[in-house]
Write a protein that binds this ligand. Structure first.
Ligand code: PLP
Length: 293
């Protein structure tokens, strides 16, 4: 069960269509070349969380791909339509909203755009509650690649996620739940679908740290929202560079993302990481406070 809204030149604010009927041409460059951008966000009580941040990032990913997408007002209208349709089908159930914009069938023609809504998978809550085992995986480029090779589109949320999914499958085959990418010069980067967060105490001050944005990672909306409220709550904030050693000897490590929220890491490459349920709920509460605005 799900809800699907297509944004087209004739229905720029979106039109509800059958999610189980074919909607995409096989010649769409999103399918043929993975040429497009997307966002994934959470809706609670019929409201999309962090919508401004997600629409801003969708727009900046599209700019990086020279892709002309509908503006934010059209996406907002389509999301409202999708949320109403989703509520009609599911009642008041939390939803995952996926916004996708591809190059379409003709680079000179309109993009193909849709908003797709599904119930939140049970695995998100399970991993949040029990914690996750993580493997460090080589990402195969240096932490300088984002600036030296902008055509790699590092930091943009493109739909070419085959590498990220392969990394997850590799981790699963080794019995782990997730992965953290490491650059060829041994900097901690990000998870295949998440941002790395570390909590530590320095000189009696509690600090939240995340890898350097310019190391070629996606700017996480979850990390951004958490940092904004954590600072108000007295946390000090830090930005890498981080090495794999920095993942150990702290108060906790989490993989942060819009749907799973904060998943506590309980081991990295088989080495235990301290997991504090109190810290996870304190940070999750701060995060939810931020996303309510
Ligand atoms: N990094 C990558 C590669 C991701 O795919 C995601 C989310 O899907 C994130 C980080 C976390 O981003 P957000 O917190 O905006 O969901």
């Amino acid at each position: 069960m799900s809800a699907l809204v297509l944004l087209t030149p004739t229905d720029p604010d979106g039109r509800v269509v059958d999610p189980h009927a074919p909607q995409l041409l096989v010649t769409d460059l999103g399918v043929v070349r993975g040429d497009g951008v997307f966002e994934t966000l959470l809706a609670v009580d019929g409201r999309a969380l962090q919508l401004d941040a997600h629409l801003d990032r969708l727009a900046s990913s599209a700019t990086a791909l020279d892709l002309s997408l509908p503006d934010g007002a059209h996406w907002r209208a389509a999301i409202d339509t999708g949320l109403a349709e989703f509520a009609r089908r599911h009642g008041n159930v939390d939803a995952v909203i996926r916004l996708v914009g591809t190059r379409g069938v003709d680079p000179a023609g309109p993009p193909t755009c849709w908003a797709y809504l599904q119930p939140v998978p049970a695995s998100s809550r399970e991993q949040r509650d029990r914690g996750i085992d993580v493997l460090l995986l080589d990402r195969g480029y240096s932490s300088e690649a984002a600036s030296e090779a902008p055509w790699l589109l590092l930091g943009s949320k493109t739909i070419s996620y085959a590498v990220n999914m392969a990394a997850l499958r590799h981790a699963h085959r080794q019995g782990a739940d997730d992965a953290i990418f490491v650059s060829s010069d041994r900097q901690v980067l990000e998870g295949p679908t998440s941002t790395v967060l570390i909590a530590r105490t320095r000189d009696g001050v509690r600090e939240l740290v995340t890898p350097l944005l310019r190391s070629g990672i996606l700017a996480g909306t979850t990390q951004g929202a958490l940092f904004a409220t954590a600072q108000t709550a007295g946390w000090s904030l830090g930005y890498g560079p981080l090495t794999p050693d920095d993942l150990f000897g702290n108060n906790g490590v989490w993989l942060a993302s819009s749907v799973r929220l904060l998943a506590p890491v309980r081991s990295v490459d088989g080495r235990a990481i301290p997991v504090s349920a109190e810290l996870t709920s304190e940070l999750t509460e701060l995060l939810l406070t931020a996303t309510r605005h």
